[in-house]
Design a protein around this ligand. Structure first.
Ligand SMILES: *Cc1c(COP(=O)(O)O)cnc(C)c1O
Length: 232
């Protein structure tokens, strides 16, 4: 095993900067979220030592274990499907929840955040391409959903999240990212949010360059940083 995770990190950062330059964006606008699900704590520490602070996890138990074992200034993002009865385990420390796909879940986050006297930033997960296998709410429901979330004092609607369908050619999913961008512009206009709803969490290892060209402010990258995952 001759992996050099710090070199991967450097390469990904350079690639993000190159994509930003290509479309005239400031690389400072794009947060790199290192998706560490299934990866050991040593790997996370290696990236941490190379300066990475934002990490994303999909499973609550794994997230809890890693948060307890690793440095306290890591910002942990929950990006996987979240069951209501598990919110209590992460409400005290999670930096952002990207995968909010029901009002019932948003209300649960509200009550658990209140217990910790925190305001938790959340993203609405949108199922743009209407894939049956996927979580997320349909784009047309987003404006009303956003309005309801804004009524919750311990939840801050920070933006939107999506995962594009897997394709060989990322150009095929450009329309997904474009639609997300338009959706975030629309919500900000409708709800008079003054641009507060400005996080667009989209783009993974295979399609983040296109996502950045279409306005992503948070790319979620696993494989290109840590190597392929082994679920066995
Ligand atoms: C696993 C995962 C990623 C990272 O995917 P890669 O293709 O490994 O970069 C990003 N977002 C979500 C929601 C994931 O589950």
């Amino acid at each position: 095993m001759n992996r050099d995770l710090a070199a991967n990190l450097k390469e990904v950062r350079e690639s993000i900067a190159a994509s930003c330059e290509k479309c005239g964006r400031d690389p400072g606008e794009v947060c790199l979220l290192a998706v560490s699900k299934t990866k050991p704590e040593e790997d996370i520490l290696e990236l941490y030592k190379a300066g990475q602070r934002d990490f994303g996890e999909n499973y609550v138990q794994e997230l809890m274990r890693k948060q307890q074992a690793l440095p306290s200034d890591i910002r942990w993002h929950m990006i996987g499907h979240l069951q209501r009865n598990k919110v209590k385990y992460i409400a005290g420390f999670v930096s952002m929840i990207h995968s909010v796909d029901s009002l019932a879940l948003a209300r649960k986050i509200e009550s658990e955040a209140a217990k910790h006297d925190r305001v938790i930033p959340i993203l609405i997960e949108v199922n743009v391409a209407d894939e049956e296998s996927k979580f997320g709410i349909p784009p047309e429901d987003v404006p009303l959903f956003a309005k309801a979330v804004r009524e919750l004092p311990h939840v801050r609607l920070a933006g939107l999240m999506t995962s594009a369908p897997l394709t060989e050619d990322p150009e095929e999913v450009r329309f997904v990212f474009r639609k997300m961008r338009q959706l975030s512009v629309d919500i900000n206009l409708e709800n008079d949010n003054n641009g507060e709803v400005n996080v667009l969490s989209m783009g993974m290892s295979n399609d983040f360059r296109v996502a950045i060209e279409e306005g992503s402010t948070c790319v979620r990258i696993g494989t290109s940083l840590f190597g392929a995952r082994n679920y066995s």
